[in-house]
Design a protein around this ligand. Structure first.
Ligand SMILES: [Mn+2]
Length: 370
């Protein structure tokens, strides 16, 4: 019997571009969550932890990040670690794992060749990446083990090809039929950030231990894999390791009821760390201020809050003249002219600017009235 933790794609050192101030939170979480992975190994009495590549974002990641990861490794000396580099931390002369500090970790094995590796309870068959642009099936070197005793586990980093539409990639292909061809019991994969299992649990991506961006589904866990005997179906249990929660949604705006829908959605994600919204459709001008105020306040509730309004059109009411009574002839006149401009303008970018000006003017007018 073998029981191990599978993890990958920690991407330590990633910049978190586009997340603004939250980028540092995301970077820090990626390091801290490593504890959750290694604790899972400890608590479930795993024989070892299998790290399937892209542990670091690239080979030039700063030594500070390296030390932080090594410091965590050192807190779990009873968890043997087997690490196959991926395409981000690719093997080669400048490989991050060539640094002296990694050579001193007694319980870490960096896998550099396709030679089988004997581990507690099983034999690993690694498929190292030697070029980021490899277009040949990475698993071709796995030997046939149909007749060989013991549990055999393939380890690779890349994209499953063939029968999984939408998951194909032109580089780093992995042919799922290698399972039948070679007779290995299980193929542990890294590269994709969501947990996926195929072929009766004989092939699985663990996904990243901590979500890296919006719209990654199935991220934020490691896998506890148990294989009782050669030929048995692997049992996979997903263990949650991520700290940050993410939500992303699109809103089609029509009228003031759209704002109510938005508010009830926002209520449902108020505990979520990272929230991204995208607005489309048309919003009446009189709702624009309420939307702006809602979004401004919402931004103070989350670690990261992004609202994309580029595709939202603000519509001027047909009879603005009657509505505009700002108590000042110049303001009223300006508002009417802006409204006329908005009605006539067809370029969406220009419309946005005019709508923005009108919203400000109406808000200003209201303040004057008070
Ligand atoms: Mn990768």
């Amino acid at each position: 019997m073998v029981r191990f933790v599978q993890t990958s794609d920690w991407q330590v050192g990633m910049k978190g571009g586009g997340l603004g101030d939250a980028a540092s939170i995301v970077r820090e979480a990626r390091v801290k969550s490593i504890h959750n992975v290694l604790k899972a190994a400890q608590e479930h009495d795993a024989d070892f932890a299998l790290l399937c590549g892209d542990i670091f974002e690239h080979n030039m990641v700063g030594q500070e990040d390296v030390r932080a990861v090594v410091a965590i490794f050192n807190q779990y000396p009873d968890v043997p670690l087997y690490l196959l580099p991926g395409n981000h931390d690719i093997l080669g002369a400048d490989c991050i794992y060539n640094r002296e500090i990694f050579q001193r970790i007694g319980h870490l094995t960096i896998i550099r060749t396709g030679d089988p590796v004997e581990v507690p309870g099983a034999t690993l068959h690694p498929c190292p990446i030697l070029s980021k642009f490899a277009t040949h099936d990475l698993t071709t070197a796995i030997p046939t083990v149909h007749e060989t005793d013991g549990i055999h586990i393939g380890v690779a980093h890349g994209s499953l090809t063939g029968e999984f539409p939408g998951w194909e990639d032109t580089t780093l292909p992995i042919d799922p039929s290698c399972i039948d061809r070679t007779g290995i019991d299980y193929l542990a994969l890294g590269h994709w950030h969501g947990y996926r299992a195929y072929k009766d649990n004989r092939i699985a991506y663990s996904g990243t231990h901590e979500q890296t961006k919006y719209d990654e589904d199935g991220a934020g866990q490691c896998l506890l894999v148990r294989i009782d005997e050669k030929g048995d179906t692997p049992k996979i249990e997903s263990v949650s390791t991520g700290q940050l929660s993410w939500a992303s949604s699109e809103f089609e705006m029509r009228d003031s009821t759209s704002l109510d829908e938005l508010k009830s959605y926002l209520e449902s994600v108020k505990e979520t760390d990272m929230v991204r919204l995208e607005f489309r459709g048309e919003l009446p001008l009189e709702c624009k201020e309420e939307l702006d105020n809602t979004l401004e306040f919402q931004a103070t509730l989350h670690k990261n809050f992004r609202a994309k309004t580029e595709s939202l059109d603000v519509i001027a009411p047909a009879q603005l003249d009657e509505r505009i009574e700002l108590g000042d002839a110049t303001l009223d006149q300006t508002a009417k002219e802006l409204n006329q401009l908005l009605t006539d303008e067809t370029d969406p970018k220009q419309r946005k600017i005019i709508a923005e000006a009108l919203t400000h003017l109406l808000r200003f007018g209201k303040d004057v009235q008070v």
